[in-house]
Design a protein around this ligand. Structure first.
Ligand code: GDP
Ligand code: MG
Length: 163
């Protein structure tokens, strides 16, 4: 079974930024299976000698709040199905939103390992604020900055233990 990391979360939390960072050196091997699994991008990455695929789930449909939530839910369900590890990304600058809670509810029922990735922790002073995300009850949290790359190594060290 392939090592697949799926990044899920509501729009604008920084999924694509992390995806680009994790697949940085391997942009050439990006497949886009649009059509079947719409708006998902696949790339390859490597950490301490372990290779993996990364799935960026994004580009959601526009429409009512309900349609929107349903589209995100579908992406999360596909991620649970196909991924070996799920990164649930949230944003320290906004705190927990209703959509975050809806996604957390779906993920809590998953048997796959879920990593709560608290993005936009660009400064050590924000580490403290990240602790509110323990309230999802999804275990350890991984504060990081997809923008600067700070904290991504600590996350990957733990993720690749599943591979
Ligand atoms: P997505 O919709 O979840 O794929 O989010 P994007 O990757 O498109 O990022 C949404 C916005 O957040 C963009 O303006 C990014 O530049 C910004 N962003 C992403 N990661 C970080 C981060 O670590 N820190 C800060 N301050 N902004 C970030
Ligand atoms: Mg995106």
């Amino acid at each position: 079974m392939a090592n697949i990391i799926a990044i899920v979360g509501r729009p604008n939390v920084g999924k694509s930024t992390l995806y680009n960072r994790l697949t940085e050196s391997r942009k050439a091997i990006v497949d886009d299976y649009s059509g079947v699994t719409r708006d998902r991008h696949y790339g390859q990455g490597e950490w301490i000698g372990k290779k993996f695929a990364v799935v960026d789930t994004g580009g959601y449909v526009h429409g009512s709040e309900d349609v929107f939530e349903a589209a995100i839910r579908e992406q999360v369900l596909i991620a649970i199905e196909e991924a070996s590890v799920i990164l649930f990304m949230v944003d320290v600058t906004t705190g927990i939103t209703d959509l975050d809670d809806a996604i957390a509810d779906v993920l809590r029922r998953s048997k796959k390992p879920v990593f709560v990735v608290v993005n936009k922790v660009d400064h050590p002073l924000l580490q403290q604020e990240a602790s509110i995300f323990y309230s999802f009850g999804l275990g350890e949290i991984y504060p990081l900055s997809s923008m600067t790359g700070s904290g991504t190594g600590e996350l990957l060290d733990e993720v690749v233990k599943h591979f």
